[in-house]
Design a protein around this ligand. Structure first.
Ligand code: HEC
Ligand code: HEC
Ligand code: HEC
Ligand code: HEC
Ligand code: HEC
Length: 175
């Protein structure tokens, strides 16, 4: 018979390794289907906040090179939430993040693999595409749900229709 202490140690190793295996096995975000809507650490609602007249650009700005959009600073949220709903446990999390400067880790809905080159400025400023072309109607979403596949075929189909460049190196510069 096995000594109970050995069993315990085995169980402890299994418990610490299992989550790591699950994370490795999980599908990357960019492979998710349309409708994918992960639970967020704080139940922030675009529907509620956009109905108050806030604009996308109040919370999302392209980085200096025009590639990635930013996520809002929690200090911005607290501009209202210092007085609105401050008794809510969800707002307590936002307040904590604002105080410590450690941002909330939002679950990503759209995220390309490292090998893909995507610029917001080119699509929004040059091609004049609205945010909703790719992200759907956020004003109707209490939880962000993936609105468009944006996989390689989807990107290439739109490029073909719009007569935009479509060689491999357009989106994979190292190839
Ligand atoms: C008051 C701030 C605020 C405003 C205004 C706002 N957003 Fe957001 N947005 C957030 C926050 C916070 C998240 C992360 C939590 C979530 O996904 O719900 C987010 C997430 C997103 C995401 C998901 C990104 C990803 O890959 O996970 C998209 C797309 C997005 N917003 C688009 C928009 C668009 C388009 C508008 C305007 C129509 C808009 N947002 C207005 C705060 C805002
Ligand atoms: C042509 C399609 C397209 C349009 C138009 C578009 N986006 Fe995106 N968006 C994407 C893709 C693709 C990603 C994932 C980018 C990545 O991971 O490199 C993304 C990611 C995001 C994110 C997460 C942060 C990031 O950049 O990875 C936010 C926030 C966002 N978009 C907001 C917006 C807003 C606001 C607009 C309008 C001003 C907009 N998007 C217009 C395709 C688009
Ligand atoms: C312009 C003011 C304003 C800003 C900026 C703002 N909010 Fe809100 N928020 C509100 C209002 C108003 C409500 C609705 C309160 C109600 O239901 O009575 C709300 C509701 C919420 C709720 C639901 C709270 C609950 O327990 O019911 C969450 C979570 C939330 N906001 C998160 C955020 C986050 C995260 C940000 C920053 C990305 C943010 N808010 C920015 C005004 C704001
Ligand atoms: C709804 C249509 C549409 C979708 C979807 C789209 N694009 Fe585009 N894209 C365009 C248009 C139009 C241009 C040309 C913009 C211009 O120069 O005026 C462009 C330009 C580009 C460029 C710059 C090309 C160059 O060399 O000038 C890159 C890179 C790019 N897109 C990558 C992507 C990727 C990656 C995706 C998918 C994640 C994607 N696009 C999805 C319409 C789209
Ligand atoms: C308009 C943008 C665009 C063009 C042009 C493009 N790709 Fe892609 N490619 C993507 C995107 C977005 C992904 C990630 C999403 C996916 O796997 O569909 C991707 C993924 C890939 C992958 C990884 C697949 C995987 O499942 O991990 C390979 C390999 C690839 N592309 C090769 C190519 C080759 C070869 C060409 C030229 C024939 C090309 N791509 C042209 C956008 C593009």
């Amino acid at each position: 018979m096995r000594h109970p202490r050995t069993m315990n140690r085995f169980a402890r190793v299994a418990v610490s390794v299992l989550p790591a295996i699950l994370i490795l096995a999980a599908e990357p975000v960019y492979k998710a289907k349309v409708g994918y809507a992960p639970e967020q650490p704080v139940p922030y609602s675009h529907k509620t906040h956009l109905s108050m007249g806030l604009k996308c650009s109040n919370c999302h700005q392209p980085d200096a090179e025009g590639f990635a959009m930013s996520f809002p600073k929690e200090t911005f949220c607290m501009g209202c939430h210092n007085s609105v709903k401050k008794e809510s446990p969800h707002i307590a999390k936002v307040a904590e993040a604002a105080k410590t400067g450690k941002p909330i880790e939002w679950a990503r809905v759209y995220q390309q693999p490292e090998m893909v080159w995507f610029s917001h400025d080119i699509h929004v400023m040059d091609a004049k595409l609205g945010c909703e072309t790719c992200h759907g109607k956020l004003e109707d979403m209490a939880v962000v749900a993936k609105a468009r596949l944006l996989d390689m075929k989807d990107c290439m189909d739109c490029h073909a229709k719009a007569s935009a460049p479509n060689g491999c190196s357009t989106c994979h510069p190292s190839q």
